[in-house]
Each structure stands twice: as structure tokens, then as C-alpha cells.
Design a protein around this ligand. Structure first.
Ligand SMILES: N=CN[C@@H](CCC(=O)O)C(=O)O
Ligand SMILES: [Mn+2]
Ligand SMILES: [Mn+2]
Length: 311
């Protein structure tokens, strides 16, 4: 019943030596003291407390495995694997504090950190770490998610449904949160009313499906008024046939190619406005519910542009 840090295992994948030195896979780019880093948060407590289907604890291992074997784009930046924070038992709060410490340390040493969840409770630990590293900065939060995750803390305590409610409590005036992909049928009127009260910007899944460009102005506005950007990607945003391995699969969902396009819009806007994006996370991958590792693969491929130079 504790929280511990496990050292990284060597990453592996296909070897194509017969095709020459440029036939590289992502695992070839793992280095010590590299510009970027990845860190796992192996935790099921948030999903359990949120009455979901367990399995997110195995997310970091599955995403890493999928990532390691992808063909490396020419623009991929070397990265350090910082291992996993593992939460055994029910002490989510200790897990999130431990994650925060590791995130803030990592941000001192790396330009960008990608955290592999875990359920969406990962976001509270990630954000605490970002705030520790950048206490004076205005942080713009972009959540790609079918869910607002603004639930009040109930008798079970903080969960995978409460992270942005908890983040707002840290600094209600500074709370600047954009949720892209929310599904009307997956969020109660109470949550939408709370979002309105708190000035949350929402772009619905249906709007993104009708026009992938529809979020551009709202993304640009958030990034231009922030000092730094925190991107959190809940993979349950994707439709169930692309991301079956989640606690709460989406019927409609926002298609993979649209999510990919939105991430490219976010990275382009960060570049255009000169705003760093030091931290991103990919959460809610639940390998026991996955099919052919599709969901882990979605997360891995979506992470690639964040791990590459934005030419
Ligand atoms: N990260 C969690 N999100 C959802 C889960 C919904 C469900 O289990 O149906 C939420 O709390 O709204
Ligand atoms: Mn979520
Ligand atoms: Mn979700």
C-alpha cells in the first residue's frame, strides 16, 4: 500500500538493420539527459473511485511499448525515459504529490515532459508539478476529452472525474481551461452549469466533427493570453472503434485524424505566439479493454508530434 518509483526498462522494437542507418524506430532515440522525457503514472485509483472499469494502471507500459516500435520521423527529438510512479493501494493523494515532485524535477532538466497515465487523476499531479516548476506563470489548460472532469469531490475523494475542479481550487481567478471534444450525453447539466460559472471554454465533439477548423480561434485566444500551455489528452475522446481500451468508450467520438489535426493546430499556435508547451499527458488508456493495442497505438502516434521538432 504505497507509492514507488520504478526505474525504466530498456525499450525495444523491430530492427531493420538491412535497410540502413535511417531505418530508425522510436526506441533508438532513448538517451540519458535528452531534451525531452517521458514518465509513467501507473494508477487505477482515480478510475476506481470514479466507478469506472479498472485497467489504466497498465497504461504506461502499453503506451511505451506502442511508442517504442513506431517508425521514427526525421524530426524526432531524443528523449529520456524516467520510469514510472506506481500507486499501490488507495493513496491517490500521495501518488499525485509524488508525481508532482517528479514532474517539477523533470521540467528543470528537460524542455518537454510527456506523462503517460493512469486515469485522468494523472492531470492533477501533472498540473501540480508544472505549477511547482513555473509558480509565476499563467498556465493555459487544453483538455482533449469527451468529459469535462469538473466533478465535485464526493465521499470517495478525488478521482479521475475531478482533476479540473481541483486545479481550479488552487487559483480560481487564474483558472483558464479549454475542453475540446466534450460530448453532450456524457456530461450532466450540473457539470455544464459549473463550466459556465467558471468561464470554461468548450468545443463540442459534434462541432469538431462538422468542422475541424472550428476550434482555431478559441485555441489561439487561450494560447495567446497564457504564458505556458499544458495539454492533456484523454484518449476516450476517440470513437470506440479507434480507442476501445478505455473505461468509458465513446460512441460518436472525435476521429483520430481530427484529434491529430487539433494537436497540430495547438503546436502551430504555440510556435506562432512563442508560448512553450512544457508538459503534456496521455491518459485513460486501459489495456485490459483494448483490442490489438489500438488504443495504446492511438496515444503513441498522437504523442509523436509533441516529441518532434515543429518544422
Ligand atoms: N475521467 C473520467 N471521466 C468520466 C467517466 C465517465 C464514465 O465512467 O461514464 C467522468 O467522470 O465523467
Ligand atoms: Mn477525462
Ligand atoms: Mn474522458
Amino acid at each position: 500500500m504505497t507509492v514507488y518509483h520504478t526505474a525504466p526498462q530498456p525499450l525495444s522494437g523491430r530492427s531493420d538493420v538491412e535497410d540502413g542507418p535511417s531505418a530508425k524506430r522510436v526506441y533508438h532515440y532513448v538517451q540519458n539527459n535528452a531534451p525531452n522525457a517521458i514518465l509513467g503514472f501507473a494508477c487505477d485509483v482515480g478510475v476506481n473511485r470514479n466507478k469506472g472499469r479498472l485497467g489504466a494502471k497498465q497504461g504506461p507500459t502499453a503506451i511505451r511499448r506502442a511508442l517504442a516500435n513506431l517508425a521514427a520521423p526525421r524530426t524526432l527529438i531524443p528523449f529520456t525515459d524516467l520510469g514510472d510512479i506506481e500507486v499501490e493501494g488507495d493513496d491517490l493523494e500521495l501518488g499525485q504529490d509524488t508525481l508532482a515532485q517528479h514532474v517539477s524535477q523533470a521540467l528543470l532538466q528537460h524542455n518537454r515532459l510527456i506523462v503517460l497515465g493512469g486515469g485522468h487523476e494523472t492531470a492533477y499531479g501533472s498540473f501540480l508539478g508544472l505549477r511547482l516548476a513555473y509558480p509565476e506563470k499563467r498556465i493555459g489548460i487544453i483538455n482533449l476529452d469527451a468529459h469535462l472532469d469538473l466533478r465535485n469531490i464526493g465521499e470517495n475523494g478525488p478521482s479521475s472525474g475531478t482533476p479540473f475542479n481541483q486545479i481550479r481550487k488552487l487559483d480560481p481567478k487564474g483558472f483558464d481551461y479549454l475542453c475540446l471534444g466534450a460530448a453532450k450525453e456524457s456530461n450532466s447539466e450540473a457539470l455544464f452549469a459549473r463550466a459556465k460559472d467558471w468561464g470554461v471554454n468548450i468545443v463540442f465533439d459534434t462541432d469538431l466533427l462538422a468542422d475541424p477548423y472550428c476550434a482555431k480561434a478559441i485555441i489561439d485566444a487561450l494560447i495567446s493570453r497564457s504564458d505556458i500551455v499544458y495539454l492533456t489528452v484523454d484518449i476516450d475522446l476517440l470513437p470506440h472503434y479507434q480507442a476501445p481500451g478505455v473505461s468509458a468508450p465513446a460512441i460518436r467520438g472525435v476521429a483520430f485524424t481530427t484529434v491529430e489535426f487539433i494537436i497540430s493546430q495547438i503546436l502551430s499556435a504555440c510556435k506562432a505566439f512563442g508560448k512553450p508547451l512544457p508538459l503534456a499527458d496521455f491518459v485513460e488508456v486501459s489495456p485490459p479493454h483494448d483490442k490489438d493495442d489500438l488504443t495504446a497505438k492511438c496515444a503513441a502516434i498522437l504523442a509523436l508530434p509533441l516529441m518532434s521538432s515543429n518544422e
